[in-house]
Design a protein around this ligand. Structure first.
Ligand code: GAR
Length: 187
């Protein structure tokens, strides 16, 4: 099996990145992580690039030519698939057009509920019964592309934001790899 050269975009902790790197080293996992891009110089996740010797690129999204820099590097590393793993920036429509149906994102809610930021505080305020995560294709609208996989759990009375985050991330570590396997099994 030829693994798809994949780029993972991050902005912060990178725990999903770490999980994807570990899974991608399994023989039958469909992707190889060939490039990591971050828009945050201080992202802890960049340590995983060093640890696993994966090419890493910091992109300053305040610079006018940043999109070109991303595209050039995606070409350079022959990237055919993109995972957004806690990337807190909108991907430009040019990149979405070029990588149509080849970009997926993980979001900490049961979409279409709670698009955008601060999902856990809004869930608690709304007295939601369930929380969870969604892996979906990326299109031009925020958190709106077709869903690939969702995983959920029941919110307990005494759950705080931190509890929801921890429980959601445990599900994310299963959902993200499962979504990738699902995409390539049926493509
Ligand atoms: C994840 O929980 C992911 O769902 C969320 O950021 C976290 C990143 O954690 N993404 C979003 O909120 C995107 N709107 P990580 O850096 O430890 O993987």
């Amino acid at each position: 099996m030829v693994k798809k050269n994949t780029c993972v975009f991050i902005s912060g902790q990178g725990s999903n990145l770490n999980n994807l790197i570990l899974r991608s080293r399994e023989k039958n996992f469909p992707i190889k992580i060939s490039l990591i891009i971050s828009n945050n110089k201080k992202a802890y996740g960049s340590n995983y690039a060093k640890k696993f010797k994966i090419p890493y690129l910091f992109i300053n999204t305040n610079l006018h030519n940043y999109e070109n820099k991303i595209l050039l590097n995606l070409q350079k590393y022959k990237i055919s698939f993109i995972c957004l793993a806690g990337y807190m920036k909108i991907i430009s429509s040019n990149i979405i057009k070029i990588y149509k149906k080849k970009i997926i994102n993980i979001h900490p809610s049961l979409l279409p509920k709670f698009k955008g930021l601060n999902t856990f505080s809004r869930m608690l305020k709304n007295r939601e019964i369930k929380a969870g995560c969604t892996v979906h294709f990326v299109n031009e609208k925020l958190d709106s592309g077709n869903n690939i996989i969702q995983k959920s759990f029941y919110i307990k009375n005494n759950d705080k934001e931190d509890d929801l985050k921890r429980k959601t991330q445990e599900l994310e570590y299963k959902a993200f790899p499962e979504a990738i396997i699902k995409i390539f099994r049926y493509s």
